[in-house]
Structures are given as structure tokens and as C-alpha cells.
Write a protein that binds this ligand. Structure first.
Ligand code: HEC
Ligand code: HEC
Ligand code: HEC
Ligand code: HEC
Ligand code: HEC
Length: 474
């Protein structure tokens, strides 16, 4: 049989099938969806650009659905027709004879091979897309914008959302897709909570996510932290705290520190919490070096059956490793230390703090008014500075605006301090939820708040600590 004849035989059933309107619609839909898909894949491959999140929804989720839908219409059309024929409806016969049916089987076989490849690629690309940071962070832009904005500016901005939120393995993948489907409904109906609640109660244990990259036993030594604050006076007087964070893990040997005390091969601390945000911790159980459990409780702790018990893991301290929102003070201090806000502009700290803590209805208004407010302060009160250092004033105003834009999202009701950060003890209870000297064991021991337990304090809010020069930082 020549190739032309073969083609003729293969296509002959098609010529018959398309006499049915429903089946014809199926053929047209499937074929156009297939060509569109292949065309888009080619464009994506050649351009090398990641796909726009909305285009992605169409390309990776809707089009493959249309393709399958069209495919299903073909047999559906034929079956419907046969059903109507049997019930005696006046249907023009399609004229399918034995020969045609044999040819049809051949055609279906050939097309199935093509369809399997097409659907395989489509599924793979769909899953890849749904796991991409673009999809998680940008597809429902308004909802995720606070977390995405913080993420982009974090040390994890090259770690995919799924590496912390889903992790490896099929079962969590399926779980996440189910909860994802619920989320899509919530976004469509607008019923999601604002802000998105934290902690994430069904977050995968850190053992299977964070610990793929960092594991708690290996931490060793001390980590130096220099914290600079600026006061509200005319010269924005700077002061510095220098801390040596004792971060050692259990493999650090004699110097077991922050990580080693709460973890070894597994978690050493369990705790009871009675509020939804895990800020109130009446009871703590600790596995000591001798393997014995010690229970610490505050006076008047509720019964042990109240609230939730939780095994401590990374996110009990690092609850904002990547979605870290600043408080106004810490955000401005950092911008000033980095030189984005020139620290020699008179009263710049005080004015910036006032500007970013005022109420604004939305992000556009805030962006405009914060800049206007700060520049007009200098025009009114320091006209010579406003003139001679116009560029610096503008730079300061824009940096203050950016601090606000990074941290406040009125449409998501996310404001300063909405999400407490559990590292430290300055702005939120953090470590002092347990380390408060109020949690007592039966023998009277407490969970320590001694200032040198967690960090050596080399300088404490000093204007000019000699240590800075010793360290070569000044
Ligand atoms: C380094 C790990 C990590 C990465 C990467 C990461 N997250 Fe998170 N995310 C967390 C942790 C930890 C929490 C808070 C968990 C808790 O307190 O229970 C969280 C919380 C959230 C929340 C709940 C609201 C909140 O602010 O606590 C959302 C929404 C979220 N992440 C979205 C994303 C999106 C979107 C991406 C990617 C653009 C992403 N995350 C990337 C670790 C991560
Ligand atoms: C896919 C790998 C990966 C995963 C998963 C991951 N991280 Fe990281 N983490 C990194 C990288 C890379 C850095 C940046 C290291 C650097 O800049 O030196 C980092 C940095 C950090 C830092 C130091 C940040 C700083 O300011 O220096 C902390 C704390 C941290 N991660 C905690 C976590 C926690 C908690 C989780 C789980 C919720 C997690 N990481 C999940 C790769 C990962
Ligand atoms: C008891 C609280 C606590 C727990 C639990 C905890 N950490 Fe930390 N971690 C800290 C503190 C405090 C620091 C020092 C922070 C700083 O200097 O800003 C730190 C520092 C780090 C750093 C940066 C280390 C460096 O060398 O700079 C990484 C990475 C990190 N932690 C990952 C983890 C991971 C992963 C887990 C879970 C296995 C974890 N931590 C559990 C409190 C904790
Ligand atoms: C859920 C309660 C809880 C939280 C929150 C917590 N810890 Fe602890 N921590 C403990 C317990 C319990 C011990 C062990 C006390 C003992 O030695 O009996 C401990 C011990 C330590 C030790 C060792 C103390 C010593 O004397 O050797 C360090 C260091 C430490 N924690 C640092 C931190 C830091 C830093 C944070 C905050 C980032 C923090 N912890 C948050 C419960 C907690
Ligand atoms: C249970 C552990 C723990 C104890 C006890 C503790 N700290 Fe801290 N401290 C921390 C951690 C963790 C940070 C935050 C480091 C960071 O932000 O990365 C911190 C930060 C600080 C800072 C810098 C704050 C800033 O942002 O400028 C100062 C100052 C400080 N501590 C002083 C003290 C003093 C004084 C005491 C004694 C009353 C004390 N600490 C007790 C864990 C502890």
C-alpha cells in the first residue's frame, strides 16, 4: 500500500465522523488546541523567557483541559447519535461500514500515540508551572503580594516556594494540590482571610523541608551581629549593639548552643500553646543531656490537655525566614545603616518614622504622600538643606517610601506588626515566650533569661564601642 493510499484510508473515517456536528466540533477544538499548545511551547523554548503568570494559567492549565474536552466530544457525539438513532429519531446515517470501522481503529491507534505524547508534555509542564515561584507568588497577585515581596528581598529568594511549602515526595504534592484547589475557590469567591493567617498550621515539618538544606546538628561557633540604631534627635545619633550569637549545634561538642539545645538527632523540646498564633506558651517539656524529661510550667498554667502540643522545629524560632516584615524602627534603622537614607540629614529618622506610620488608604496614595511629606518638611524647616541637598532629600524620601511599601499592604489588611517574628525579643516576645524565668521545673530551675545565655553582649547600645574598631568594622 502506498503512503498516499494509507493516508486516504486513515482519513476516510474522519470524513464520515465530521458529518456529526458534535463530533466535528470536537475535532476542530482538539486540533486547534493541540496546534496552539505546540506553538506556545515552541515560542517558550525559543524565547527562553519565563511565561507571564496569567498566560501560564491559560497555557498550562486551561488549554490542555480544552484539548481533552475536544477529544472527549468526538466519541460523545457519535454515541449520542447512535442513542438517538436507536430511539428512532430521524438521523441521517453516518454510513460507517466494517471497512471504515477498521480504518477508524487504525486512526485512533495512530492518534493515541500522538495524544499520549502531547498530554504527557502538557501534564509535565502544568505541574512544573503550578510548582513555579511565578505561579505561587504572582498568579493571584493581590493575595500573595506581601509574602512574595518579602521573599524577593530575602536570603531565600532563589529557593522555590515549594521547597519550603511542599518539599519532596508524592503525598505532600497531592495534599498541596488539594489545598491549592480550595485556595483557588477562596480567591475566586474572595473569601480568603486578610491577612493570610500565620502560623500555617498544616505546614510540613521542617525536618523534611528546611533540613534538606540546613541541618541543626552541624551549626558551630558564634555568629557576630552588629545592630545599629538611630535616635530621633536632630543628628540622628547612632548607637551600636554587638552580639555574639551562640548558634552551635550538638556536633559542636562542648559548646552546644542555640541549635544544639533545642535539637539533636530529633527535637528536644515540646510545648503547649493556648493561642492560635503560638505566642502564649504555658508549658514546656525538655529532654536533658541525660535523656530525662523535665517539665517547665508557669504558675497557674491551664491543664495539660488544653490548647495544642507541638514539637519544636525550625519555624518555631525562624517563623519568618523569608517572609520577614519589619517594624517601622527596624526597617528605617536598616535603610539608614545601608546608606539608602542619608543619616546626616537633620531629623531624618524622626520625620521618616512619622511619615511611614501615618494611615494611608492604599499603596498609590502612600507612595505619593510619604515622599511629599518628607520633602516638604525640609522645604519648610530646612530650606537651605532642601536646596543644597535636594538629591539626598529625595533619596531619603523614596527609601522611606520603599520601607513602607515592603511592609504594609492595606488591601490585605497587613499592617506593621501583623506577623510577629519569633527570632529575638525586641519587637515581639520571641525567645522570651519560654525564656522568661517564669517557667519553673519541680526543682525550681527556670528557663534562663541570663543575657549571655544566647549571645555574648560585646556592646549594648553604645554610641562608639571600641569593639567596633577592634573588629575592623570602623
Ligand atoms: C525558606 C522557606 C520558605 C520559602 C522559600 C517560602 N516560604 Fe512561605 N512561609 C515559610 C514559613 C516558615 C512560613 C510561616 C510558617 C509559620 O509560621 O507557620 C511561611 C508562610 C507563608 C504564608 C502564610 C502567611 C504568612 O506570611 O505567614 C504564605 C501565604 C506563604 N508563605 C507564601 C509563600 C510564597 C508565595 C512563596 C514563594 C514566592 C513562599 N511562601 C516561599 C517558609 C517559606
Ligand atoms: C533549597 C535550600 C533551602 C531550603 C529548603 C531552606 N533554606 Fe534557608 N538558606 C538557604 C540558602 C541558600 C541561604 C543563604 C545562605 C547565605 O546567604 O549564606 C539560606 C539562609 C538561611 C538563614 C540565614 C539567613 C540570614 O539572614 O543569614 C536561615 C535562618 C535559614 N536559611 C533558615 C531556613 C529555614 C527555617 C528553612 C525552612 C523553613 C529554610 N531555611 C529552608 C537554602 C535553603
Ligand atoms: C531556639 C530557636 C531556634 C531554633 C529552633 C532554630 N534556630 Fe536557627 N537560629 C536561631 C538564632 C537565634 C540564630 C542566629 C540569628 C541571627 O544571628 O540573626 C539562628 C541562625 C540560623 C542560621 C544562620 C546560621 C549562620 O551561620 O549564620 C540558619 C541557617 C539557621 N539558624 C537554620 C535553622 C534551621 C534549619 C533550624 C531547624 C533545624 C533552626 N535554625 C532552628 C534560633 C533558632
Ligand atoms: C518553646 C520554648 C522555647 C523557646 C521559644 C525558646 N527556647 Fe531556648 N530553651 C528552651 C528550653 C526548655 C531549654 C533548656 C532549659 C534547660 O537547660 O533545662 C532552652 C535552652 C536554651 C539555651 C541553652 C541554655 C543553657 O543554659 O545552656 C539557649 C542558648 C537557648 N535556649 C536559646 C534560645 C533562643 C535564642 C531562642 C529564641 C530564638 C529560644 N531559645 C527560644 C525552650 C525554648
Ligand atoms: C533566650 C535567648 C536570649 C536571651 C536570654 C537574651 N537574648 Fe538578646 N537576643 C536574642 C536573639 C535571638 C536576638 C536577635 C538576633 C537577631 O535579631 O538576629 C537578640 C537580640 C538582642 C539585642 C539586639 C536587638 C536589636 O535588634 O537591636 C539586644 C540589645 C539584646 N538582645 C540584649 C539582650 C539583653 C540585655 C538580655 C538580657 C536581659 C538578652 N538580650 C537576653 C536572644 C536572647
Amino acid at each position: 500500500m502506498g503512503s498516499r493510499e494509507l493516508l486516504g484510508r486513515l482519513l476516510s473515517p474522519l470524513a464520515v465522523v465530521v458529518r456529526d456536528k458534535v463530533a466535528l466540533a470536537g475535532v476542530v477544538i482538539t486540533t486547534s488546541a493541540a496546534f496552539t499548545l505546540i506553538g506556545f511551547w515552541a515560542v517558550e523554548l525559543l524565547s527562553g523567557h519565563p511565561t507571564h503568570p496569567y498566560a501560564g494559567i491559560v497555557l498550562f492549565m486551561i488549554l490542555p483541559g480544552i484539548f481533552v474536552g475536544g477529544l472527549l466530544l468526538i466519541p460523545a457525539g457519535l454515541l449520542l447519535r447512535r442513542w438517538r438513532e436507536r430511539r428512532g429519531a430521524p438521523v441521517a446515517p453516518l454510513g460507517l461500514d466494517k471497512e471504515l470501522l477498521k480504518n477508524a481503529a487504525m486512526l485512533v491507534g495512530a492518534l493515541t500515540a500522538v495524544n499520549v505524547v502531547l498530554l504527557g508534555v502538557a501534564t509535565y509542564k502544568g505541574v512544573e508551572y503550578m510548582d513555579s515561584t511565578t505561579f505561587c507568588g504572582l498568579a493571584c497577585h493581590q493575595v500573595m503580594s506581601p509574602e512574595y515581596t518579602a521573599y524577593i528581598n530575602s536570603p531565600h529568594s532563589r529557593v522555590a516556594c515549594t521547597q519550603c511549602h511542599i518539599g519532596p515526595g508524592a503525598s505532600w504534592f497531592v495534599k498541596s494540590k488539594l489545598s491549592g484547589a480550595r485556595q483557588v475557590v477562596a480567591v475566586t469567591l474572595g473569601t480568603f482571610s486578610r491577612p493570610i493567617p500565620s502560623p500555617v498550621h498544616e505546614l510540613r515539618p521542617a525536618r523534611e523541608t528546611c533540613e534538606q538544606c540546613h541541618w541543626p546538628q552541624k551549626f558551630h561557633g558564634d555568629r557576630l551581629q552588629v545592630r545599629t540604631k538611630f535616635a530621633d534627635d536632630e543628628s540622628n545619633t547612632a548607637s551600636h549593639s554587638i552580639l555574639l550569637m551562640r548558634i552551635g549545634g550538638s556536633q559542636a561538642g562542648g559548646q552546644v548552643g542555640i541549635h544544639g539545645r533545642h535539637f539533636d538527632a530529633k527535637s528536644r523540646v515540646r510545648y503547649q500553646t493556648t493561642d492560635d498564633r503560638r505566642q502564649v506558651i504555658p508549658r514546656v517539656i525538655y529532654v536533658g543531656d541525660d535523656g530525662q524529661e523535665v517539665e517547665y510550667a508557669i504558675d497557674g498554667a491551664p491543664p495539660a490537655t488544653a490548647g495544642e502540643w507541638r514539637e519544636m522545629d525550625c519555624v518555631d524560632c525562624h517563623n519568618r525566614p523569608t517572609h520577614a516584615f519589619d517594624m517601622p524602627e527596624s526597617g528605617l534603622n536598616r535603610a539608614m545603616q545601608a546608606g539608602r537614607i542619608p543619616a546626616d540629614l537633620p531629623f531624618v529618622k524622626r520625620e521618616a518614622a512619622a511619615a511611614i506610620q501615618a494611615d494611608y488608604p492604599d499603596r498609590d496614595v502612600a507612595a505619593r504622600e510619604i515622599v511629599a511629606r518628607i520633602t516638604s518638611f525640609y522645604e519648610k524647616n530646612y530650606p537651605e538643606v532642601a536646596k543644597a541637598r535636594a538629591a539626598d532629600v529625595r533619596k531619603a524620601a523614596e527609601a522611606a517610601r520603599d520601607v513602607w511599601l515592603r511592609n504594609v499592604f492595606p488591601d490585605m489588611k497587613l499592617v506593621w506588626g501583623s506577623h510577629p517574628n519569633n527570632i529575638g525579643h525586641e519587637d515581639f516576645p520571641g525567645c522570651f515566650r519560654c525564656h522568661d524565668e517564669l517557667h519553673k521545673a519541680k526543682d525550681g530551675r527556670t528557663i534562663s533569661q541570663d543575657c549571655t545565655t544566647c549571645h555574648g553582649v560585646l556592646a549594648m547600645e553604645e554610641p562608639d564601642p571600641p569593639m567596633l574598631a577592634d573588629l575592623g568594622l570602623k
